[in-house]
Design a binder for this molecule. Structure first.
Ligand SMILES: C[S@@+](CC[C@H](N)C(=O)[O-])C[C@H]1O[C@@H](n2cnc3c(N)ncnc32)[C@H](O)[C@@H]1O
Length: 381
């Protein structure tokens, strides 16, 4: 079957499940796998998709033998992934399974599945932290599988990882009478067709009730235009680790400045900041350098007593100190830009790694350099 036949089959199947598509359809899109495209001009507030609760893939649709085989307390993420992994070609979900991304695509794009784990050290710090959390969750879930009767049917970690990552990238949060009894991070459901929407930093509205999900156009769309939803106000570090891509333009993007600021602080300064809850987690975005960074750098500009009065009592003279902070910030950011450029160079010199991975890492560091440069220019203006 060619891709249009596969999409037609999916549309027929989805229709039979009660899924209503209005003026949109799935299409293959270069660099983004499959996405949803307007098949006619759309107006703002047009309801473009409705997925009834009966069409969702949830804990309740998981086969009993899968659920019963897993230890008590197994996370819904692991249960849904195991259910997907054990789907037969004759499964009732076959037309939907047919449009899932390939193993190759998942292992190329998602850092947790990268063969060359040495590349992880080139991820920015926040991305590394997210990846470590993801790794712990995966290890927990893989342990549950290995300790269950499903171990024989899902013997390979890589197989489970593929379905686990598919689940991670395609689930929606759903509050309903059925999910109310579950922990918040267990209220995840898979929804056919809705899971084909790609992400942008602003997109169509996704609303859910106990009856199901509805997606509504946020603005006008021309026929043929891709229609996006927004998965959340995510930075590109998060998008890279959780979804395997970065956006060229991302209003929610930010740069972690811990590696820039912390080396500039003395041990005593760090101790004071730690005691007051201001140590680390420094960021800049397109508009500002965060308050925590400003507070930390003020301590490099004035004695502790004055710093306390400035921070906690709003003592006069803050503008003069701010000018000093801005000068210091420019110095620190210039130095950090040098480190960023070294990383970009190292990535260019790398051999023996998949070119997509090198390119996305390089792109990510170029985005960081751009945000750092913009901030330097703004501070110097
Ligand atoms: C919910 S799925 C969306 C449908 C997906 N494109 C597919 O082919 O099945 C999420 C995945 O789509 C891809 N994706 C979503 N938004 C994207 C974007 N703006 N650019 C590139 N890839 C994107 C990523 O691979 C992500 O993990």
């Amino acid at each position: 079957m060619d891709s249009m036949e596969i999409f037609d089959e999916l549309a027929r199947w989805a229709h039979d499940q009660g899924v209503e598509l209005n003026g949109v359809a799935p299409r293959s899109l270069p660099g983004r796998g499959i996405g949803i495209v307007a098949t006619k001009p759309l107006r703002a507030n047009d309801q473009i998709l409705h997925v009834p609760a009966s069409a969702l893939r949830t804990l309740d649709t998981v086969r009993a033998e899968v659920k019963e085989s897993l230890p008590k307390g197994t996370k819904v993420h692991a249960i849904l992934a195991a259910d997907l992994a054990l789907d037969k070609p004759t499964s009732q979900y076959a037309p939907w399974n047919a449009v899932l991304p390939s193993r190759e695509s998942v292992s190329t794009h998602l850092p947790l599945a990268w063969n060359d784990r040495a590349l992880h050290r080139y991820l920015p710090k926040p991305a590394q932290a997210l990846l470590n959390k993801q790794q712990s969750k995966f290890t927990r879930d893989w342990t549950a599988i290995q300790q269950s009767a499903l171990a024989a049917s899902i013997p390979k970690q890589d197989d489970f990882l593929y379905f686990w990552l598919l689940t991670n990238t395609r689930t929606f949060y759903h509050d309903s009478a059925q999910t109310a009894k579950l922990a918040k991070d267990d209220r995840m459901v898979l929804q056919p067709v809705a899971d084909l929407f790609n992400h942008a930093d602003a997109g169509c509205e996704v609303a859910f009730t106990a009856e199901g999900f509805t997606i509504t156009a946020d603005r006008e769309y021309d026929e043929g235009e891709e229609v996006y939803i927004c998965y959340g106000k995510h930075s590109n570090d998060l998008l890279l680790v959780e979804y395997g891509f970065v956006l060229a333009d991302n209003r929610w993007d930010e740069v972690c400045l811990d590696d820039a600021v912390l080396p500039e602080l003395s041990r005593q300064q760090k101790a004071v900041l730690d005691e007051r809850g201001f140590l680390g987690n420094y960021v800049l975005d397109q508009r500002t350098v965060c308050y925590r960074t400003q507070v930390a750098l003020r301590l490099s500009c004035v004695p502790v007593g004055r710093w306390e009065r400035l921070v906690y009592e709003g003592e006069d003279g803050g503008e003069v100190v701010q000018q000093e902070v801005d000068r210091l910030l420019v110095k620190i950011l210039r130095k950090y830009r040098g480190k960023v450029e070294d990383t970009i160079q190292k990535l260019e010199d790398l051999e023996d790694c998949q070119s997509w991975q090198r390119e996305v890492l390089s792109l990510r560091w170029q985005q960081i350099r751009r945000l750092v440069n913009q901030t330097i220019e703004r501070l110097e203006a």
